[in-house]
Design a protein around this ligand. Structure first.
Ligand SMILES: *[C@@H]1O[C@H](CO)[C@@H](O)[C@H](O)[C@H]1NC(C)=O
Ligand SMILES: *[C@@H]1O[C@H](CO)[C@@H](O)[C@H](O)[C@H]1NC(C)=O
Ligand SMILES: [Zn+2]
Length: 679
């Protein structure tokens, strides 16, 4: 099963091409015959003739075109709406070839709607010897719900499905080319009662193209609460696509906390990637079905999901699983040794590639003025190798005020939390807590406790006895490593990130995906909901204007958070009494005492109004130079310099034609440049 599903893109391509070649051979087996019209025109013309004045009068004629034989009419007319003069010309055309293969190219999506839409243009309905044009509204509907499928395979929307050019309005007497299809679907729908409606997810693996396609399709289905955006590209040029959910997708709302999920950072750890693809579909569908819990989550939270941070590595890992050709039973924990695809295409382990700010904190922790938040990236970092995936994620997490995050991995069953780097250089396994140890423990437990088995002492483990600890552990105590993403989140931004190890098997068999979703679903939801803990509020001046970059400190926790663009902040805290203060350069510090009960439905609201203070005291505790350094990102453009140089040697792929291109050019027709996207 999995072996079939996980075909490497190249192999899928070959399979499709093979099928396509057979089709082409069929289509081309009859040489084009001469139509009476050709003689009248006086000379043999190439396939695409210009309109001629002396053509025979048009006549309704039988359709007889295999790929359009389910249209709800039997008579068509030549020339068709594309000015193709005969059935043979249509059969030889790239337009018809495209219709015949759309189903396989798009993996069955938008089928048969797209094909029928196309048929209504290449073999239009004929009425009293004249073509009847199809309806523009139908075209627009299909386009809206199917345009993402073309994006998924980097193909442009075909010119002959241009709704403005070949379709007309109802006033102009159009007909609905999907009429027959609708009638059939109504019968099927009528047999399903509305109470049974629930989210339907296909628990299968998704190739990179299928993943992009699925995420775009989901965002299109839920366009009120969702959209997709790219944060950059992988080394081999694949989009790092994020799907976002919120009541105002695309923008930050005042006081609304932001959450992110990242998976597949290690390309061979694939379960998280699939879970996040399912999660996106689940959020969209349940919101629409009126699920109150999901609605209030999405209404009150901005959720960002990066299902694959390392699509290049994934492709490699998936190919290896397929090549192993083992029967289903052979997949399991013992393949943990496999590391193909863990790193990115430059062989960089992304979870070792972030700036190591933890060492800086350790080396300077005894200096009194030193802070342990918003640590600038040292210039030296930029002179090492920075993977494009790392670069993209760093830019992303600097640009959005994320509050919490989880990075989904595989190979163990545990949630680990910062620091990942041991505080002692010689101790590989040393408990190395952050000042927010209590908050991190609470966050990690939120996931582990809501997971079906993670916190359970009796669960079969992958080796380490994490059950005794309730399925959570400090990262450095497990094993120490520098340059991890979670430490970077904590020390460079306001975001608290944990690492979730989803299970022993990094690449589970396909039939296990459904039960894994069941095991993790509640945990994935609870974790997002836990962003509404602790306190949040706005730090403003006496005119009520939000102050950006103010610091919110909690006594006893040596780690501040800072306010976002409009002065809003979020501070995760454990229940109890806390002394909280806010402070900004040029203002006097304001202090409040806060009591947080054990059970809260939402974050406590704590606002601060700061008095101006232009004296020395107003600047105390602020290192303006350090703040300036923090703002700089890749100050010497080192990243661009070496990335472009390397791409020159290895990155030609970016400019290659898409995988389906060679087929259309082999068919002997004019190369259909209209299928290429110009982005
Ligand atoms: C979420 O917001 C939508 C749109 O404003 C509203 O219709 C819906 O009732 C809200 N649901 C919940 C549970 O807050
Ligand atoms: C967990 O299981 C281990 C071994 O099975 C046992 O020794 C230990 O006491 C258990 N711990 C708890 C908290 O139940
Ligand atoms: Zn990993």
């Amino acid at each position: 099963m999995i072996v079939v599903r996980m075909m490497k893109t190249v192999k899928i391509m070959n399979a499709v091409l093979l099928a396509l070649s057979v089709l082409a051979a069929l289509v081309r087996s009859d040489p084009p015959r001469c139509e009476p019209g050709d003689e009248l025109a006086g000379k043999q013309e190439p396939l695409r003739p210009s309109r001629r004045s002396h053509a025979l009068p048009a006549r309704c004629t039988g359709m007889l075109l295999g790929y359009c034989d389910d249209m709800p009419y039997s008579q068509t007319v030549f020339p068709n709406l594309l000015d193709q003069r005969s059935r043979e010309e249509v059969e030889m055309s790239t337009e018809y070839l495209l219709l015949s293969v759309l189903h396989s190219l798009l993996n069955g999506e938008c089928s048969p709607d797209l094909r029928m839409l196309g048929c209504s243009v290449v073999v239009p309905r004929c009425d009293r010897d004249r073509p009847v044009k199809p309806c523009r509204t139908t075209c627009e509907d299909v386009r809206r719900s199917c345009v993402h499928a073309f994006e998924g395979i980097s193909m442009a929307w075909p010119y002959f499905l241009d709704c403005d050019r070949f379709f007309v309005s109802e006033e102009e007497g159009c007909y609905d080319p999907l009429e027959g299809l609708r009638a059939r679907q109504e019968v099927t729908l009528a047999s399903i009662s509305p109470e049974e409606s629930s989210t339907i997810i296909q628990f299968i693996y998704h190739s990179n193209a299928q993943m992009v396609n699925m995420l775009k399709k989901t965002a299109a289905q839920c366009s009120d609460i969702s959209h997709t955006y790219s944060i950059g590209r992988s080394f081999e040029g694949k989009d790092l696509l994020v799907i976002e959910f919120s009541d105002n997708p695309g923008q930050h709302d005042l006081l609304e906390p932001e959450v992110k999920y990242i998976a597949n950072m290690h390309g061979n750890e694939v379960l998280g990637r699939q879970l996040l693809i399912y999660l996106a579909q689940y959020l969209c569908s349940e919101y629409q079905l009126g699920n109150k819990r999901i609605q209030s989550l999405v209404n009150s939270t901005r959720i960002h999901i990066l299902a694959s941070m390392n699509p290049d590595g994934y492709e490699l890992a998936a190919a290896e699983v397929e090549d192993s050709n083992d029967p289903d039973g052979e997949q399991g924990p013992r393949f943990n040794g496999w590391t193909s695809g863990r790193a990115n295409a430059q062989n960089i382990d992304l979870n070792r590639n972030f700036p190591d700010l933890t060492s800086i904190v350790y080396s300077l922790r005894r200096s009194r003025r030193f802070r342990n938040d918003h640590i600038p990236i040292p210039d030296s970092y930029w002179f090492g190798k920075v993977a494009p995936e790392t670069y993209a994620v760093m830019k992303w997490i600097r640009s959005i005020p994320f509050v919490i995050s989880a990075s989904l991995h595989g190979g163990e069953l545990v949630v680990s939390y910062p620091y990942d780097l041991s505080k002692h250089p010689q101790e590989e396994k040393m408990f190395s807590p952050t000042p927010d140890e209590q908050v991190f423990k609470q966050l990690a437990r939120t996931y582990a406790d809501a997971h079906a088995t993670m916190a359970d002492n009796n669960t079969e483990r992958c080796g380490a006895p994490f059950g005794i600890r309730g399925g959570i552990i400090n990262g450095a105590q497990w094993y120490s490593f520098p340059g991890g993403m979670s430490d970077f989140n904590y020390l460079h931004t306001n975001c608290f990130e944990v690492t979730v190890e989803l299970g022993c098997d990094k690449f589970p068999a396909e039939h296990e995906l459904y039960s894994e979703w069941q095991r993790n679903k509640e945990a994935l939801l609870s974790f997002m909901e836990s962003v509404h803990r602790g306190i949040k509020g706005i730090v403003k001046d006496k005119h009520g204007k939000g102050i950006k970059g103010a610091r919110v400190s909690v006594r006893g926790i040596w780690h501040d958070v800072t306010t976002a663009e409009d002065g809003d902040y979020w501070r995760l805290l454990t229940p109890g009494i806390h002394i909280v203060s806010a402070h900004a350069p040029g203002y006097r510090r304001a202090i409040k005492k806060v009591r947080l009960p054990a059970h809260m439905q939402q974050a406590g609201r704590v606002d601060f109004v700061l008095e101006e203070d232009l004296s020395e005291a107003g600047l105390e505790g602020f290192d303006l130079e350090l703040m300036d350094t923090y703002e700089r990102f890749d100050p010497y453009n080192q990243y661009e310099r070496y990335t472009l140089a390397e791409l020159g040697q290895n990155g030609e792929e970016r400019h290659e034609k898409p995988w389906w291109w060679s087929y259309f050019t082999q068919s002997g027709n004019v190369a259909p440049t209209w299928l290429l996207r110009n982005d």
